[in-house]
Ligand binder design. Sequence first.
Ligand SMILES: C[S@@+](CC[C@H](N)C(=O)[O-])C[C@H]1O[C@@H](n2cnc3c(N)ncnc32)[C@H](O)[C@@H]1O
Length: 155
Amino acid sequence: MVGLTKEEVSSYKTAIARTGPSAPLRHIESIIDKNSLILDYGCGKGSDVAYLKSKGFNVDGYDPYYSDIDLSGKNSYYDVVICNYVLNVLDASMEEQVLCNILSKLKDGGRAYVSVRRDSFKEGVTPRGYQRYVYLSDYPSFEKKGAFEIYFISK
Ligand SMILES: C[S@@+](CC[C@H](N)C(=O)[O-])C[C@H]1O[C@@H](n2cnc3c(N)ncnc32)[C@H](O)[C@@H]1O
């Protein structure tokens, strides 16, 4: 989160490297306009950022542990924010703040796709970090597959 030091990000070990796009990104890639300015919020090791760049998209990756990008001057800046598998690794008390941050980075008319894990896993503290199931009652579900659900947030 903006303002957190790296030492305060206990969940960074939950990030994995992929050779291709995440499953949620594969689902929404075709509906993102090529001219969109995109933010990957909580991008981890940056596999989705690298994938989108390789496809010609204009994308910034923000992660409080892995990326030093400064978002403070980028309010109302992005057309699209993607946020994959981040809320699952945060305590519920941080959920609202993360969603507010995402909204603040979106232009008017912008769209955010926030995906959460729906595969089966053990909730609580694991060697890689904390994990929990997340259900966002204030936002519509955009897509629900076996292993994930994507919520849609518009501004
Ligand atoms: C499970 S990983 C997902 C990474 C990436 N989105 C992906 O799908 O590969 C969760 C990421 O959330 C990041 N994170 C932790 N706290 C965060 C916060 N408050 N705001 C944004 N990202 C956060 C962690 O550093 C970690 O890289």
